[in-house]
Ligand binder design. Structure first.
Ligand SMILES: [Zn+2]
Length: 162
């Protein structure tokens, strides 16, 4: 039995793909993590219209449908992109995405992501955006597990020189 579990653990290990944030901007103005066959973009500085959530901008702007000012989103949104940065179909991701956000004050939230037809996202509490430290996203995409990390982990215990 131990041997079987060991073998299974090894296989699971092999299909995990880890990606780290790159200094590159995606088509929605967010940060990119490359996961080999595709990329994941995290957008955390977005604006949208309260009446027209499909109208989005990466800067403060007015809605092209109703002229109202766009409001800063209290959420973090993710897109899957192919290697030409075209959006991928994510309709089969239902229930397969988990996002953990670590805040500067050392609190954290872990949530199942909500899906739209083009992105998945998690809501943030008040000040969640300015308090953001790190995001760890686990997705199960086409039978493979991927883990993408954005931002920097909190370094505990002082004494480091930067
Ligand atoms: Zn509008």
């Amino acid at each position: 039995m131990k041997k079987i579990i060991g073998t299974i653990a090894l296989i699971v290990c092999f299909i995990n793909v880890y990606g780290q944030e790159k200094n590159k901007k995606g088509p929605h103005g967010g940060s990119i993590v490359s996961l080999g066959e595709f990329n994941m973009e995290m957008v955390r500085e977005g604006f949208s219209c309260l009446s027209h959530p499909e109208i989005k901008s990466i800067k403060k702007d007015v809605c092209s449908k109703c002229d109202k000012s766009l409001e800063k989103d209290k959420k973090i949104e993710f897109y899957l992109l192919d290697n030409n940065y075209k959006e991928l179909d994510i309709s089969n991701l239902e229930g397969k995405v988990r996002v953990r956000i670590v805040f500067k004050d050392e609190t954290a939230v872990s949530k199942k992501a909500k899906l739209t037809d083009k992105s998945f996202w998690i809501p943030l509490r008040k000040n969640g955006l300015s308090n953001f430290q790190q995001a760890i996203v686990r997705i199960n995409y086409k039978s493979k597990k991927y883990i993408a990390t954005y931002g920097d982990p909190i370094v505990h215990h002082g004494g480091h020189h930067h």
